[in-house]
Design a protein around this ligand. Structure first.
Ligand code: BTN
Length: 306
C-alpha cells in the first residue's frame, strides 16, 4: 500500500486529497493517514496540508515497498550481522526464487576467503537467493552473470568504465567498487539454492584500510539514490536468469574483463601462483601460463593485477 501511495503522490505535482487517495486505493482515509505518518517517520518528506498531501522527497532508503511487484520477495533490515545468514535461513525455509535480503549496514559483513567486508551506512549490501535449474558444476556461471550485469548496469546508468576482474569483482579505473560472495547448497546433480551476496560502494567512503577501493560518490562527486541502482540491477539480473542461456555467460563476461592477457598473482587458501592470465574456461576457472611455460587451472582465489 505504501508503494501505491508513493506512486500516486510522486506523479502529482499538486496536493492530493486524502479522499482521492482513499477512493483510488480502496482504503479508509484514516488508513491513508496512518500509512503517510509511517512514511514520514522513516524519512519521506510528505507535506500534510488541510487540502491533502504533497510529496517533496524520498530518503536514500531501500524499503520493500519501493520495489513494486518484487515487494513481497524483498526483506529489508536497518542493520544485520550479514545478509548472507538471513538469506541462508530463508532459503532453507523454501523462500521463493529471487528473494532479496537488503541491509542498511552489516556488523559482520563477510568477504571472500574469510575476509571482512566493511559495511558502513551508504553502501549497498544485499543477498539474492536464486534457484536455477542447473547442476552444481555450472553454478559459478551465475556469479559471472551477476558481476557482468552489474558492470553493464553501472556503465549504462552512470557512463563510467566499469570492468570485471576475475573472478567476480567490479572495478572502475582499476579500483574495486563491488565484490561478490556466493554460497550454495546442492544435491549431487541439482542446485538447491545459491545465495549471491553483493556489496557495492555507493554513497559510503572506502576507509584508509581499503586504498584500492572506490565508490560511486567518489567517482561522480555526488551521492546517487541507492534504490535506483538496486532496482535496475535486480530487474536486469532477474531477466537474465529467466532467459537462462548460461552457455554464453563466460564468453560475454570476457568482453568486460581486465584480467586477461596480463600478469597476475593468485592467492588461494593454500598457495600463491603467478603467471600470465591466458583464459577463463566455460566454468569460470582461470587458466594461468606459468614462468616455466606450464599451464595451471585455478578454480577460485583472489586475483591481483600486476
Ligand atoms: C568480496 O569481494 O570479498 C566479496 C564481498 C561480498 C560482500 C557482500 S555485502 C552483502 C553480502 N553480505 C555479506 O556479508 N557479504 C556479502
Amino acid at each position: 500500500m505504501k508503494g501505491q501511495i508513493l506512486n500516486i503522490l510522486k506523479t502529482e505535482t499538486r496536493v492530493v486529497s486524502g479522499e482521492i487517495l482513499s477512493a483510488r486505493l480502496g482504503i479508509s482515509r484514516v488508513a491513508v493517514w496512518k500509512h503517510i505518518k509511517k512514511l514520514q517517520e522513516v524519512g519521506y518528506n510528505i507535506e500534510a496540508t488541510p487540502k491533502g498531501y504533497l510529496f517533496i522527497s524520498a530518503p536514500d532508503a531501500l524499503y520493500p515497498w519501493e520495489f513494486e511487484e518484487k515487494e513481497y520477495r524483498v526483506h529489508y533490515f536497518d542493520e544485520v550481522n550479514s545478509t548472507m545468514d538471513i538469506a541462508r535461513e530463508l532459503a532453507r525455509k523454501d523462500c521463493p526464487h529471487f528473494t532479496v535480503v537488503v541491509a542498511g549496514r552489516q556488523k559482520q559483513g563477510r568477504g571472500r576467503l574469510k575476509r571482512t567486508w566493511l559495511s558502513s551506512q551508504g553502501g549497498l549490501y544485499f543477498t539474492i537467493v536464486v534457484r536455477p535449474q542447473i547442476p552444481p558444476v555450472l553454478s559459478s556461471r551465475v556469479n559471472f552473470a551477476a558481476s557482468m550485469i552489474l558492470a553493464q548496469t553501472l556503465r549504462n546508468m552512470f557512463n563510467i568504465n566499469a570492468m570485471v576482474k576475475w573472478p567476480n569483482d567490479v572495478l572502475v579505473d582499476g579500483r574495486k567498487i563491488s565484490g561478490i560472495l556466493s554460497e550454495m547448497e546442492a544435491e549431487i546433480d541439482r542446485v538447491s539454492f545459491i545465495s549471491i551476496g553483493i556489496g557495492i560502494n555507493v554513497n559510503n567512503d572506502p576507509t584508509p584500510h581499503e586504498p584500492m577501493a572506490t565508490s560511486l560518490k567518489k567517482i561522480l562527486g555526488k551521492k546517487v539514490p541507492r534504490i535506483e541502482v538496486l532496482k535496475v540491477f535486480l530487474d536486469r539480473f532477474e531477466d537474465a536468469l529467466n532467459d537462462a542461456d548460461f552457455d554464453n555467460v563466460v564468453s560475454e563476461w570476457k568482453r568486460y574483463t581486465q584480467t586477461l592477457n596480463r600478469h597476475v598473482r593468485i592467492v588461494t587458501a593454500h598457495e600463491v601462483s603467478e603467471g600470465l592470465a591466458v583464459d577463463v574456461d566455460d566454468n569460470g576457472s582461470l587458466i594461468l601460463k606459468l614462468a616455466d611455460g606450464s599451464v595451471k587451472k585455478i578454480i577460485y582465489g583472489d586475483c591481483f593485477h600486476k
